[in-house]
Design a protein around this ligand. Structure first.
Ligand code: IMP
Ligand code: MG
Length: 431
């Protein structure tokens, strides 16, 4: 089908980039539909590790057109840094194959300053944002005073809008938060420069996609963040300010549901999250360290964007099943199964318990979730190294059973399993 989706099934960092990268080779268009440079994708190709925050991972493949959709908030400084770094490594980042929606909202230094000021003021109650200005930029969008990329078509209008924007934000920074203001003229000069460089990248993105789909071109919506960071369905307020779930794809790109094909949920074989908020399966101590890694490998559980050690825990199947329903997953990809090799026993959360009562669904009220403890099922582990497995038959029986347990519980077929960071380290499952 013309529009397939890659959606994070947990709290982000499920390994979506690798799967997008794998699929992109056979696609025409890869589009980001939500979030901004709070995302971080690590894609390993041979010996080269690419870390991308904003540009879709499809860019690594020649012949793929990449789109920053209308639902994205774009920091032009980060965008330029990424295209310059990619160009240096010989990747074609010309406007012919990389496009920015005119309706995407811009992130300014004032948004970044506000994000930091707000988090600092919240103290212990902080969200744990990436401090990239994501929340303030989406607030302006919802408040109908945001700056859209279309301003790059109109240098004078851009200058006026930037001055008015910085003045308004400086008032809040100084009077509400008591912090340093942002230099208005400096920001105006920066944005005048961004306009010159980025104007050629602008496109009426929904129309571009409608035409592409009509002409039979295939589009992959590349998810950022994850279902439980969704503004509506995640662990509010410990969420991001956009909708990474399947519904967000439709509004974030401007394409209707009749074109949707696969809705691929990506789930790590265990659970991780960065930032604050309840996490019933969270592990501490040696087992946490075992799952997280020390940080010496690029795939260890440390934030791509912030470098923060991620909180880790056993696989939460209650969450996963909820995500499968929120998104109508047509299939699941289980990533990082290799990390579980060598453990005697594996636990999976199959329900929660609160005040002696068993709960078998994901409660939306965080106060309830915070009081839940995980009810685990224990499954046997495997000792074999599975990194060179390429078919189900190559996997030890207990690894196959672990994957089957996930499919049965979530009532969703598992279509692939990643067993290492390399593009080739994938087990495709015949269903
Ligand atoms: P924000 O998106 O920077 O506002 O951060 C809000 C919450 O979402 C924080 O807990 C972040 O750590 C988390 N978050 C945002 N983007 C990502 C991501 O790409 N992966 C994992 N967590 C993320
Ligand atoms: Mg990430």
């Amino acid at each position: 089908m013309p529009l397939d989706m890659i959606i994070g099934a947990q709290w982000g960092d499920e390994g979506k980039g690798t799967i997008t990268d794998l699929m992109a080779a056979e696609l025409d268009i890869v589009a980001r539909y939500s979030g901004g440079d709070n995302a971080g994708h690590t894609v390993t190709v041979g010996n080269e590790v690419f870390k991308l925050h904003l540009i879709p991972s499809g860019i690594i493949h020649e012949g793929v057109t990449c789109i920053i959709g209308n639902g994205v908030v774009l920091n032009p400084a980060v965008f330029l840094r990424e295209i310059d770094a990619l160009a240096e490594r010989g990747v074609d980042v010309s406007p012919e194959r990389l496009k920015i929606s005119r309706s995407a909202h811009l992130i300014t230094p004032a948004h970044v300053a506000l994000d930091t000021a707000k988090e600092t003021q919240l103290g212990a109650g902080k969200i744990g944002t990436t401090q990239r200005g994501i929340g303030p930029a989406y607030s302006d969008k919802t408040d109908r005073c945001g700056l859209r990329a279309e301003l790059f078509d109109d240098p004078e209008g851009l200058a006026d809008a930037i001055h008015a924007h910085v003045q308004a934000k400086n008032k809040i920074l100084q009077e509400i938060y008591g912090v340093q203001p942002v230099d208005e003229d400096e920001v105006a000069a920066q944005f005048a420069h961004y306009a010159q460089r980025l104007q050629p990248y602008l496109v009426d993105s929904a129309h571009f996609l409608h035409t592409a789909i009509k002409n039979g071109r295939s589009v992959l919506a590349e998810g950022a963040q994850g279902s439980f960071l969704d503004l509506d369905h995640g662990t509010y307020p410990f969420v991001t300010s956009s909708c990474p779930t399947a519904g967000g794809v439709l509004t974030g790109l401007g394409v209707g549901p009749k074109h949707v094909g696969k809705i691929i949920g990506i789930a790590k074989a265990f659970t991780s999250r960065v930032g604050s908020g309840p996490f019933p399966c969270e592990l501490e101590g040696d087992m946490a360290l075992r799952l997280r890694g020390t940080g010496s490998n690029p795939w260890d559980e440390y934030g791509t964007t912030t470098g923060r050690p991620r909180r880790v825990g056993w696989l939460d199947l209650v969450m996963l099943k909820y995500a499968a329903n929120l998104n109508s997953f047509t299939e699941l990809v289980v990533t990082k199964l290799d990390i579980l090799s060598g453990l005697d026993e594996l636990k999976v959360c199959v329900a929660y318990e609160r005040n002696g009562e068993r709960i078998d669904y994901y409660p939306t009220d965080l106060r309830v979730l915070a009081e839940c403890t995980a009810v685990y099922e224990t499954l046997p582990g495997w000792q074999e190294d599975i990194m060179s497995a390429r078919t189900m038959a190559d996997l030890p029986e207990n690894a196959r059973s672990y994957v089957q347990y996930i499919a049965d519980y979530t009532e969703t077929a598992v279509s692939a399993i990643s067993v290492g960071p390399e593009r080739s380290q994938i087990v495709k499952v015949e269903n």
